[in-house]
Design a binder for this molecule. Sequence first.
Ligand code: G1P
Length: 294
Amino acid sequence: METKEVQKAVIPVAGFGTRLLPATKSVSKELLPVVDIPAIQVIVEECIESGIEEIIFITGRGKGSIEDHFDYDYELEKLLEERGKYDKLEKVRKISSMIRTVAVRQKKPLGLGHAVYCARDVVGDEPFMVLLPDDIITADPPCTKQMLEIYEKYGQGVVTVMEVPEEDVSSYGIVGGESWAPELYRVRTLVEKPDPDIAPTNLAVIGRYLLPPVIFDYLEDATPDDSGEIQLTDALARLARERALVGYEFEGMRHDIGDKLGFLTANIAHALERHDLGPELRDYLRAKLDEDVL
Ligand code: G1P
């Protein structure tokens, strides 16, 4: 099937991060580190490794430091150069030359659907990715790359899904539909944060979406929910109804870093994979666990 290339990724970064207060009172949650890399950089690196060429940040008040992180810092670079800290200089330079970034301001907190809609003019008439920065996914190949492969094969919108315990369905968008190949579902319905007794399944939508541009028309028509927010889920439900939507059970480990435990597990998982930290951290964790057993 002939498909248009996916070159752009939208990353909404206007959220408050209330679950991690007080850490997020004056620091954007997206800049909290996964080991020594800000979470947002981990997400951007996933995009780059998957071949994405442009990132569109949907920002809000107080989020300017995210744009700064991907910009040149002349003074810092000069200082590192003067002090001969070339390895650090290289790391800092790498970030600013990583990828083209654009920032669009979401002026009112009107929900995820509205945040995505704000990217309409920059995305134009092309399919695009949406990555929610709370969801850090450790995977090889990266989750976005896995999704691009599904898209190239079937030419339809794709959402990542994952089974969650029944008591957690009310925290997610939940899909209904049927499996038609290993790891693949034909999505028929989507419900945002349903009560467990009306949830169609326990398959939750995770924060990676590959969307056709028609989604902007659906978002434009969408009615706000009871709290005045435009839900992306409602536009996805229409996409599933009127066209097609694939649910993809991705390979990899997902950490919800907007949550304290997920933040910790993301850090541990990333540190364990690193040559400079993994072996010592493994020894530390083993010794700690042994102490608990004794
Ligand atoms: C958002 C979406 C929800 C999705 C979730 C994934 O919810 O609205 O459908 O399941 O992300 O993390 P949020 O976590 O922003 O409330």
